[in-house]
Design a binder for this molecule. Structure first.
Ligand SMILES: *Cc1c(COP(=O)(O)O)cnc(C)c1O
Length: 456
């Protein structure tokens, strides 16, 4: 046993790349002491390490370019904006050589406001509105990913009305479900996205696109899941898409030029978890694509991928202030123990994932070194909901107390982007830190913002 606090050292797979711990136990990110940041900007706050975001974006692009270059083709990396999008991060992604994926008119508007060139933007969505389709065509997006047979006609009609030829991809389901450590491979999928390869709807939609002169078929798209830690699902999905591509070519003479293998690359949320290594996945994916194309006797397509979580997730921590600390005796079969409920000034309104998916996180006190000893803690929010849990089970210093700053790492993806105003709690700001400077990417919501929507 050492007298090191139970929440040290901070696991480098969980915390942003520039995280440092001073001799007094206080934590800095991007050269900014979180105590000073909290004093100036308040809590809760999302703190995003700009250098780490850029490094991850660049790292993804370089790894995929290397792997797919080695099999003689090119690859585009689209940052999936739904994980977290603001004009600044869209610009950083583009500066690092990425393109931007959007799924709604709102995300498209942010990408356009950021100055992302239209042809470097993709638009997804299983239920796009006419306005969203028209806006995307007007912006000259590089791809609209159609998700149903009905949408083939809707996009074609919109393109005809606008006097343009719409670049479309067809989203297919490969029967590969992935998420977490395992993937499942079936023929059919019972979910709302995409058109089934096994059921024949994918081929039907591809042929329908080829039959419409207002549409330019640029690719076949698949996204197999999220938080994937087992790379083999991507290879199975790639095989099924490439076989579909070959079958379409046989029937129509049209060999689709691009294949998008989606996002879903998993990250570490808990100490000891190993994130999926982009360089390794890129090599495995490229090998699968090359092997299957060789087997089918087709040329290797251009490839694209759409990481969201793996780029922004680990770059961000949420900094909270601790309020109420309450011991609760919990009876279990093998005896009773005390769980310390540590309440923070946010909760399910700034991080919905634990309530939505049972997602697990870790936490550490970042304003000081904790004293010796540990308590078994549950970090909870301030909302009127017993499921308002931020961190289910974590060891914290025994002297954790009101006024401590507590940070939860790996909240960059699907944190602010899924935030709500439940209990009319204003949403926290997103603060970028870099080289000792803080810049506000998204400001804190105020009660005036909330009241402004209430028109009486
Ligand atoms: C959500 C989504 C992504 C990004 O997923 P991550 O798990 O954040 O990498 C990419 N493509 C599509 C179509 C998606 O729906």
């Amino acid at each position: 046993m050492t007298d090191r606090p139970v929440d040290r050292p901070l696991d480098p797979d969980l915390w942003p790349a520039t995280t440092t711990v001073a001799a007094d136990g206080s934590v800095s990110i991007g050269g900014v002491d979180l105590r000073a940041l909290a004093a100036e900007h308040g809590t809760p706050a999302y703190v995003l390490d700009e250098a780490d975001f850029r490094r991850r974006a660049r790292g993804f692009r370089e790894a995929f370019e290397r792997a797919f270059g080695a099999i003689g083709t090119e690859v585009d990396v689209y940052y999936a904006g739904k994980a977290f999008l603001s004009t600044a991060v869209a610009r950083w992604a583009v500066q690092e050589g990425l393109r931007i994926d959007t799924a709604t008119g709102g995300e498209l508007a942010v990408a356009l406001r950021a100055g992302v060139p239209g042809d470097h933007i993709g638009l997804h969505g299983n239920n796009k509105s006419d306005t969203e389709i028209a806006r995307a065509l007007d912006a000259g997006v590089g791809r609209l990913v159609v998700d149903s047979l009905l949408e083939v006609d809707r996009v074609a009609d919109a393109a005809a009305a606008a006097g343009v030829r719409a670049p479309v991809m067809v989203r297919v389901t490969t029967g590969v479900h992935a998420g977490g450590h395992e993937y499942i491979s079936t023929a059919h999928e019972d979910q709302k996205f995409g058109l089934s390869i096994a059921g024949g709807q994918a081929l039907e939609a591809l042929e329908a696109v080829l039959g419409r002169p207002d549409l330019d078929l640029v690719g076949i798209h698949s996204h197999i899941g999220s938080q994937i830690l087992d790379a083999s699902g991507f290879a199975v999905a790639a095989r099924r898409i490439l076989e579909l591509r070959a079958r379409l070519a046989e029937r129509t003479g049209h060999l689709v030029r691009e294949v998008d293998l989606g996002g879903g690359y998993g990250i570490a949320y808990l100490p000891g978890e190993a994130p999926l290594d982009p360089a390794r996945v890129a090599v495995e994916m490229a090998r699968a694509v090359a092997d299957v194309c060789a087997e089918l006797g087709t040329s290797v397509p251009r490839v694209s991928v759409e990481p969201g979580r793996a780029i922004v997730g680990p770059t961000t921590v949420t900094v909270y202030s601790v309020g109420t600390v309450k011991p609760v005796v919990v009876e279990e079969e093998d005896g009773a123990f005390t769980r310390t409920y540590v309440s923070v000034d946010g909760g399910m309104s700034d991080n919905l994932r634990p309530a939505l998916y049972g997602a697990r996180y870790s936490a550490a006190v970042v304003s000081r070194d904790g004293g010796p000893g540990a308590v078994r803690a549950r970090v909870v929010g301030k909302h009127c909901e017993s499921g308002d849990v931020v961190v289910h089970d974590v060891l914290l210093p025994a002297d954790v107390r009101a006024g401590d700053l507590l940070a939860v790492p790996a909240t960059g993806a699907y944190g602010r982007s899924m935030a709500s105003n439940y209990n009319l709690v204003p949403r926290p700001p997103v603060l970028a830190v870099r080289d000792g400077e803080v810049s506000v990417l998204v400001r804190r919501e105020t009660e005036d913002d909330l009241l402004a929507l209430d028109v009486g």
